[in-house]
Design a protein around this ligand. Structure first.
Ligand code: SAH
Length: 222
């Protein structure tokens, strides 16, 4: 019997798969193996401890694109995972890669908008991530109805203006979320800055969520 692959090996194999598919399909702008290891693996894993510390239950990656940070986080956390994106061909490629690693039982995908998933699966995720998807104010609104009480939303940000943070803080009570952690780190290249915001679902939203499809991003609260 062959030995189970290590997490490191699974993530590396997934990266190779994505770089290969990327030659035919636009999944990521990053095309060198070295920068992909930095920006897709190392960067994805920055808040792994926060994911691990969240309440027991399912993990979801909002706007997963080519499967980042979703696939590395799913593999290292071991949680049941759903990777969500509205672009069907990206999601199909991600699912194929996951299946080829033998992880199809643990990691599934949802091809559709976050708002539509919420209508089917409200209050069923313990932890969510989102990298390079949309503004904080929109993310907290989209995430809140998907989360269980005490569930976490982990946002990966690069350049964030104080305005963006302030707008989200103002809207937090309305959507039942609270900022509980905000930290920054530099990746191993010595220059790429990554800032992480962790929000907790602390109460019921004061308004009915989800609003109309697209509203959270095109007509943010506040
Ligand atoms: N997280 C990935 C991809 C970022 S690109 C990475 O960091 O590499 C943003 C992705 O979010 C796109 O693939 C887009 O289709 C998806 N997206 C944006 N808004 C969405 C929504 N409301 N529902 C589902 N997917 C969404």
């Amino acid at each position: 019997m062959s030995e189970a692959k290590s997490e490191d090996q699974l993530v590396e194999d997934y990266l190779q798969y994505i770089l290969e598919v990327n030659q035919r399909m636009n999944l990521t702008r990053i095309d060198s193996v070295e920068s992909a290891r930095l920006l897709h693996i190392e960067d994805s894993l920055v808040p792994l401890d926060d994911v691990v510390a969240a309440p027991a239950g399912r993990y979801g990656d909002l706007g997963t694109g080519g499967g980042f940070p979703g696939v590395p986080i799913a593999i290292y956390s071991g949680r049941k995972s759903v990777l969500i994106d509205s672009v069907g061909k990206k999601v199909a490629a991600v699912q194929e890669g996951v299946n080829s690693l033998g992880l199809g039982e643990q990691i599934s995908t949802y091809a559709g908008r976050i708002e539509d998933l919420t209508k089917e699966q409200a209050s069923s995720f313990s932890v969510l991530t989102a990298r390079a998807v949309t503004k904080l104010v929109s993310l907290i609104e989209l995430a809140s109805p998907l989360l269980v009480p005490g569930g976490l939303l982990i946002c990966y940000k690069a350049q964030t203006t104080q305005d963006e943070v302030d707008s989200a803080l103002k809207v937090c009570p309305k959507v039942g979320m609270k900022l509980i952690k905000d930290y920054q780190t530099t990746l191993s290249d010595g220059e790429t800055l990554r800032r992480i915001f962790v929000f907790e679902k602390v109460s019921k939203p004061q308004i009915k969520l989800p609003r109309k499809v697209g509203a959270a991003q095109h007509n943010p609260l506040g």
